[in-house]
Design a binder for this molecule. Sequence first.
Ligand code: NAD
Ligand code: GLY
Length: 362
Amino acid sequence: MNNDHFLEIPVALPSNSYRVLVGTGLLARTGEFCADEKISGRCAVITDETVGRLHGSVVMDSITAGGYDAHLLAVPAGETSKSMATAENVVNRLLSAGLDRGSFLVALGGGVVGDLAGFVAAIFLRGIPLVQIPTTIVAQVDSSIGGKTGVNARAGKNLIGSFHQPRLVLADTTTLETLPDREYREGFAEVIKHAVIRDAALLDTLKPSQPRSSLSSVIAHNIAIKATIVKEDEMERTGQRALLNFGHTIGHAIENVAGYGTLLHGEAISLGMCAALEISQRKYGLPASDAQRVREKLLAYGLPLRLPENLDADTILAATRHDKKFDGGNIRFVVSSQLGTARVVKDVTEDDLRIAVDSLRP
Ligand code: NAD
Ligand code: GLY
């Protein structure tokens, strides 16, 4: 008897509706689900060397069994693969493998693979379909949904990119069993972010001791939050989608200054959220007890509340200026005055940013 089961969350966008399936046993049914979506043509599964070794053969076997001609293409694991050089290398390998405008890509991995493969899918022969198979918490609750794809520039995170919605997302929670502990815990920064901006009650349901095998409903709930926000503002024009950037202005600057791969993405976002909480509390009325509640949850997942010793506040502040959230010289900063809600403000000053970064000193 097959005990595998999954939940289905629709992402209903005006021109790009698709399904997100969350549950167990999905990897082994990749080919079947692609056929259900009428996805056709030659396929390349883009992954990283770690995930490819662990989960590549199940996906490849399933796609091949579905009648597709498939190639597996691995890049080195880690944030440094989110680069123009890697994207160009992948494009050249796809051309050598004979992929054409009728082909499609499958992104099998964490947010790095998803962002990189998504970007390549957006630019390869002016765009081909993409299936996301996220294998980290970050990727399952956040990066695989909503169509933001891209690579990093020397000046900052995600400065080169495109919107390219996937045709299908398969979030198989059994892949989380092989995630190392640090990579598992970092993912909860984005989950806690969802609680801060949309659903304060979610904070109380998060238990670090919860077995990974029982995470489907937490993941599905977070996907639904992300899907709702993306639906409200697919192209980040009204300010709704920008709320997902809570903690990211300073977090991205810290990630860049530390050197990609030194702090994991979620660890940098934990620090960025602590800075955003400080500004929210000091200037926008967030009760101190609420800010403390969020910090305690970050700490419970082993996420950092203080900067590593070697990071310099001035360099971090300089790096925030390259953020996309700067608009005509003014920063658009996400704050929360009450847990479960957030808004974009334009009156956060350089001094506010400095005080917030100083508050993270060890
Ligand atoms: P990642 O993709 O680098 O994965 C972390 C590590 O875990 C890697 O070494 C990877 O090889 C390994 N790994 C992945 N899945 C595994 C598994 N199932 N078993 C064992 N090892 C596994 O990092 P991430 O935290 O998933 O993603 C971070 C990236 O996502 C950042 O670049 C960030 O900017 C991006 N992101 C994008 C969006 C978006 O909307 N596009 C949203 C959030 C984050
Ligand atoms: N991760 C931010 C967004 O998708 O908008």
